[in-house]
Design a protein around this ligand. Structure first.
Ligand code: AMP
Ligand code: FE
Ligand code: FE
Ligand code: ZN
Length: 293
């Protein structure tokens, strides 16, 4: 069983439609794929149809932009009821915050000598539920200002760079609880990724576990071997599920091919068991794993 629990389509900042992501996952030899677009469930229906066509298991998920103690943190959520009012309201606020700050970003870039029009982004992000920095990054690449999305973030869009504008995000502890109430489970995404260990100190992982967190994404391209080993120990201490995944973004991110990291089948079963328990406790109508075979 090969299981990849973190991928993006062009309804957020991946480059391929949800159906292509699912078909590509099957072609890459995966047995299970989760679609986890940023802050939206908009790709679920299309992904489900493709999964039934090609015969791959599909976990419906999303990656939610959160904050914890002033730092950004991504939270993977699997199998929540997307009609839960609290979840829907928070996602709406996140998406508004994400796209709402784009005019200010473009104004700052213009000030710094780079002219990008809103229309350029509308084309880039035509399918996306929320235009954000990745779409501005792609426009910078297209204009020839930088060579890649990574370079665009480093030189223009990361905190402290000329195009950076902060935005609203949900409190991660609140989001862990709300996803639980919606009958889903949460896994903290690449906790020691770009920000290193200080992005989420170990003792804070215990705080999230106490709030109801189900797992830690350990095997991820942005984690060093030493960080992975330590995160595995932290997960064992806190009885958290360990996941591994590609964080595939199509051509939007290099070295994140589908299945480049995978989740152990036993850990996957533990995650599903926790999802079933959350679903039962919530009394809500939650999505099942799509299992066409
Ligand atoms: P936003 O939500 O608009 O602030 O954009 C953040 C998103 O941009 C993240 O979720 C990542 O997918 C992507 N991102 C952040 N940093 C980088 C980077 N250095 N290179 C490529 N993509 C990045
Ligand atoms: Fe992304
Ligand atoms: Fe992420
Ligand atoms: Zn991601």
């Amino acid at each position: 069983m090969r299981i990849d629990l973190h991928t993006h389509s062009d309804v957020s900042d991946g480059t391929a439609p949800p159906a292509s992501v699912v078909r590509d996952a099957a072609a890459a030899g995966l047995d299970v794929v989760a679609l986890t677009d940023h802050d939206t469930t908009q790709g679920w229906a299309e992904a489900e149809q493709a999964a039934r066509e090609v015969g791959i298991d599909l976990v419906r998920g999303l990656e939610i932009s959160c904050t914890h103690q002033g730092r950004g943190l991504h939270l993977l959520a699997y199998l929540p009821d997307p009609t839960h009012p609290g979840l829907r309201d928070l996602l709406g606020r996140i998406v508004e915050g994400r796209s709402g700050r784009v005019p200010a970003m473009l104004a700052q870039l213009r000030e710094a000598g780079v002219a990008i029009e809103q229309a350029d982004l509308d084309r880039e992000g035509s399918r996306t539920a929320a235009t954000g920095r990745p779409h501005v990054a792609d426009a910078l690449v297209r204009l020839g200002v930088v060579a890649s999305r990574d370079e665009a973030f480093r030189d223009w869009l990361d905190a402290g760079r000329p195009g950076f504008v902060d935005r609203w995000a949900a409190s991660v502890t609140e989001m862990v609880q709300v996803v639980g109430e919606a009958g889903g489970v949460t896994v903290v995404a690449h906790p020691w990724g770009r920000g290193g260990r200080s992005a989420l100190p170990e003792e804070e992982i215990a705080v999230l576990a106490a709030a109801g967190l189900a797992g830690i994404e350990v095997d991820h391209q942005d984690h060093t071997e030493a960080d992975r080993a330590r995160l595995r120990e932290v997960a064992a201490d806190l009885d958290l599920v360990v996941t591994g995944s590609s964080d595939h973004h199509g051509t939007g991110k290099v070295d994140h091919d589908l299945g480049c990291h995978t989740t152990d089948p036993e850990e996957y079963e533990r995650l599903l068991a926790r999802a079933s328990a959350a679903s039962a406790a919530s009394g809500r109508d939650t999505p099942e794993v799509v299992q066409p075979r």
